[in-house]
Design a protein around this ligand. Sequence first.
Ligand code: PGA
Length: 241
Amino acid sequence: MRKIVIAGNWKMFKTQAESTAFLSGFLPHLESTPSAREVVLCPPFTDLILASKSLHGSRVSLGSQNVHWEENGAYTGEIAAPMLTEIGVRYVIVGHSERRQYFGETDITVNLRLKAAQKHGLTPILCVGETKQQRDANETEKLISSQLKKGLVDVDQSNLVIAYEPIWAIGTGDTCEAKEANRVISLIRSQLSNPSVTIQYGGSVKPNNIDEIMAQPEIDGALVGGASLEADSFARIVNYK
Ligand code: PGA
């Protein structure tokens, strides 16, 4: 059975005061959320400790937006897995297209981060997806295959979530058609050795399209950016019908 995982990626948004306000509005909405749905929030580093305390005893798991491959060292601006697990972080986003695009993330560093996360018991959410140009040039499958092949070397597929995030759909309001996302996700699944890996869709997921997205047979959840910043909107997504 594949697990359903709905994760909110807050990116570089929300001070501690704003996180506190979000949680007090969001948590009451989860009372009737089916227990089989895993709900994850990935706030900025400065909010993690506070969120960890506020979420203690709740059904929401905490995720980080990055993890380094070393356990410590001279890596200014990075964060190590033991620092995350110590405060109760369970998931980590790896290889988000914004990290690949703006911060020099490559399939090689993605692979190192995935292995380090797993070694410390974190569940990585590996992001893959094509640009608009790659899609227009019919290179989507080739690109995603290559991201998976290089990213997943020696990675344990029994503790892994994958997010298919077409870059042209991220933050643009331009969602990938649910059926097309389903098709690409089934191609991703065909390249995995473990058929039970949870594969999410990400890219302009909103309260008004989540039901259709989650109705697709291959889609096991969502990675949500903008619409996870507002309590009512993320609650509607988590409580999709
Ligand atoms: P979006 O972001 O929902 O704002 O498009 C998704 C993501 O970047 O994970």
